[in-house]
Unconditional design. Structure first.
Length: 102
């Protein structure tokens, strides 16, 4: 995963990130909501197109088993890029017994 400020990237680096990404989201004027700017990959079944997306929906894509190259650009000039080659490790949390929960 690569993240940082857009201002720290050269115009060539910005262009490269945009060309590598097969899904690009741009934050709308309403903070925390994103619109789909570019999609060149087959999205998961049931993924709505032509909508405004929440951070939770973007998180589902970032963690999806299909692995997409995703670029997210925010209103405060930050970016987050995740390559399709990144594998998110699964973490097995210990099971709590009922006595520990109460």
């Amino acid at each position: 995963m690569n993240q940082g400020f857009v201002k720290d990237l050269t115009s060539e680096e910005q262009t490269e990130l945009q060309s590598l990404a097969n899904i690009i989201f741009v934050e709308t004027i309403a903070n925390g909501f994103y619109e789909l700017k570019k999609v060149t990959a087959t999205l998961p079944e049931g993924f709505p197109l032509g909508r405004i997306y929440s951070r939770e929906m973007l998180g589902k894509l970032l963690l999806d088993d299909h692995r997409y190259s995703i670029l997210i650009e925010t209103n405060d000039s930050k970016y987050l890029y995740q390559s399709s080659t990144v594998k998110i490790p699964k973490i097995d949390l210990p099971q709590l017994e009922k006595e520990q929960i109460s």
